[in-house]
Design a protein. Structure first.
Length: 135
């Protein structure tokens, strides 16, 4: 019969933390504070930059040229204005507005202003309104 070896239990080595000196504590505190201020400082820097841009914007591009608002679309009207005897279609860009009846005697006529943008007016018909026309 083979002899069994006795299991030897290893004693756990208890590690004790050495007390920090005042200098080590101060260094640790400074490093932790620096990390905190680095994150907050970066946020504040970005916020300050955004505020400067908002405050100094004066309607000019970076070269100092005035930014001009140009009409994006051109307006076109098939009945050439507020013709109450015809149903018209007014187009601005991809959007089409068709003259319509708002009630039995009220026609909504869409039209172009200076061929630049669309407007509408409600017209009271002397007779009934049918498909955006006074009949």
């Amino acid at each position: 019969m083979a002899k069994r070896k006795k299991a030897v239990k290893k004693k756990a080595v208890k590690r004790t933390k050495l007390p920090k000196t005042h200098t080590q504590k101060a260094i640790h505190h400074i490093q932790r504070t620096q990390r905190l201020f680095h994150g907050v400082g970066l946020f504040l820097l970005v916020l300050l930059f955004a505020l400067i841009i908002l405050v100094t914007y004066d309607g000019q591009d970076l070269a100092g040229q005035a930014i001009e608002e140009l009409p994006v679309t051109i307006c076109y009207d098939t009945d050439f204005g507020r013709n109450i005897n015809e149903q018209g279609k007014t187009r601005t860009g991809e959007t089409v507005f068709i003259d319509e009846c708002m009630s039995v005697q009220i026609a909504r006529k869409y039209y172009c202003v200076n061929n630049e943008y669309m407007a509408y007016t409600d017209i009271e018909c002397s007779g009934p309104c049918n498909e955006g026309m006074c009949v």
